[in-house]
Design a binder for this molecule. Structure first.
Ligand SMILES: *Cc1c(COP(=O)(O)O)cnc(C)c1O
Length: 498
């Protein structure tokens, strides 16, 4: 493909992307393909002779689009939002056009400098302490692939620091603290690093948040057994239910244990910190006093196209001391003089994509005001959904709604007071049926979860095109499915009774 062919193919690609967005509403959310569908359409060997690009571009429409789950669909309420924007897409296009691995300052100065500046912008947008800013010269932030990478890096840094401060400590005694609601990133970090992970219990009556007393008791127990907890991965906005660990209580406990690194994983919920009214609920002031590292994914609820996970640390040298390997060919005058950031020492790989362009384009185009407007809109849409559930005689909230996430289940109110309530087991079975019905539909997508033994369904708002009408449609559809589930259920329990 030469430049002029690229121009033509590029215009066509943009046109087709626009058509895709115009038609998104009318498409099913999920795909109906069967596993292995693509092998029927695509040869198992690469072509020997180059093909005409128009054929290739057409095959994307023909074979790939039908196998997509449309995360940007307004009726996508599953997992978490990936609210991407056209600004982000254009930034990705520019970034791939220069193909810069940007691993150190010299390898492409703009890549490092824009990342340092936009990470400081994002830090201020979220109200994080200036201690975390790159301009502080002590702390700083770097873009990572994912929250899982960010947590792994935090654990690596925390372990190196702990080992330096406690020479001779045995690897097998080190413990990572998480909770039973922590994302799988905690277990993954333990697997990768060969470290023990202890998941602390959380309770429904605490809305699945870690309490200080639980941490204190675990600590006491581990101390008696000679174990060395060195990091706590706390969560602001858990994946299952949006729980926010009780950081003020945790702060009271760790006063006596200053060697415990606190990593705050706010992968999904972090974007809410842009709005001052949610900062207290998310314990921002405690984060600012307590956290050694903080992560949020702008590629979830933050309007930036995947991937863009932001990781800030209070002291950058904990990262670089743990991750710096400098062979002679990577030595540079500026790096040696310490006058520039070499981001290769702030993450796992050497090369890194030029992702700060996305953050730059999005934050400039939306402005902090536009960003907050979007966050507030999605939270209020979720509130509409939660209000509907609260008023329903068939459905009920399992925990109070958290920001833009609601967790609910089918739980019919008894028709008369003398009728027995369903047991937990029956309710769980009922909800498995209910979710089975919902997931068989292709016009809406939700995910299920289990909270301390309770089967429930998550409703996560955040696709940029979701409007009140889609929430209303979802409510009606869920109500209808709830009725049908109950009908089928009553029928089978009657049959069983015969
Ligand atoms: C989505 C999510 C993650 C995982 O994110 P990745 O960036 O895909 O690793 C981690 N923690 C929480 C709380 C999440 O919501």
């Amino acid at each position: 493909m030469d430049v002029e062919q690229f121009r033509k193919a590029g215009y066509q690609a943009i046109d087709r992307i626009c058509d895709y967005y115009y038609s998104l509403q009318n498409r099913p959310v999920t795909s109906n393909v069967e596993p292995g569908y693509l092998r029927q359409h695509i040869p198992s060997t690469p072509p020997e002779k180059g093909e005409d690009f128009q054929v290739i571009a057409d095959d994307y429409q023909k074979f790939i689009v039908p196998g997509l789950t449309h995360w940007q669909h307004p009726s996508f309420f599953a997992y978490y939002p990936t609210a991407c924007t056209f600004e982000g897409m254009i930034a990705d296009l520019y970034a791939s056009s220069t193909c810069n691995p940007g691993f150190n300052w010299t390898s492409s100065p703009a890549c490092t400098e824009l990342e340092a500046i936009t990470m400081d912008w994002a830090c201020q947008l979220l109200g994080l302490s200036p201690d975390f800013m790159n301009s502080s010269g002590v702390g700083g932030g770097a873009i990572q692939n994912t929250a899982s990478d960010s947590a792994l890096i935090a654990v690596v840094a925390a372990r190196a620091l702990y080992q330096r401060d406690h020479p001779g400590v045995k690897m097998e005694d080190l413990v990572i603290y998480t909770t039973t609601q922590t994302h799988s990133l905690g277990l993954k970090a333990g697997l990768v690093l060969g470290l023990t992970v202890r998941a602390l219990d959380v309770k429904a009556e605490d809305r699945f948040a870690l309490r200080g007393e639980t941490l204190r008791l675990a600590w006491q127990e581990d101390e008696e057994r000679g174990k060395k907890p060195f990091i706590l991965i706390a969560t602001v906005g858990t994946t299952s239910s949006g729980a926010i660990d009780n950081l003020p209580e945790i702060q009271q406990i760790v006063r006596n244990h200053p060697s415990l690194w606190i990593h705050v994983d706010a992968a999904w919920a972090g974007s809410a910190l842009s709005c001052p009214e949610y900062r207290e609920r998310c314990h921002l002031s405690t984060i600012n006093e307590l956290a050694h590292s903080f992560c949020t994914n702008f590629h979830k609820w933050g309007l930036v196209n995947f991937d863009l996970s932001t990781l800030w640390v209070r002291d950058r040298k904990h990262l670089t001391e743990a991750l710096d390997v400098t062979p002679p060919f990577l030595r540079t005058t500026h790096g040696d003089a310490g006058t520039v950031i070499d981001y290769r020492n702030w993450h796992l790989a050497l090369g890194r994509r030029f992702r700060s362009l996305k953050l730059w384009f999005v934050l400039r185009s939306f402005g902090a005001e536009g960003f907050r407007r979007y966050i507030r809109k999605t939270i209020s849409l979720n509130q509409q959904f939660a209000d509907f559930i609260a008023e329903s005689d068939l459905l009920s909230l399992v925990t109070p709604p958290s920001l833009a996430l609601s967790v609910f289940r089918l739980e019919p109110k008894p028709k008369s007071p003398d009728k027995p309530l369903l047991s937990l087991e029956s309710l769980n079975n009922l909800n498995k049926l209910f979710y089975g019905r919902i997931s068989a539909r292709n016009d809406i997508l939700l995910t299920q979860t289990v909270l301390n033994g309770v089967h429930c369904i998550r409703f996560a708002v955040g696709a940029a095109r979701t409007e009140a009408s889609h929430i209303k449609q979802a409510c009606e559809l869920l109500h209808k499915e709830a009725e049908l589930t109950l009908e089928a259920w009553e029928h089978t329990t009657l049959e069983d009774a015969k």
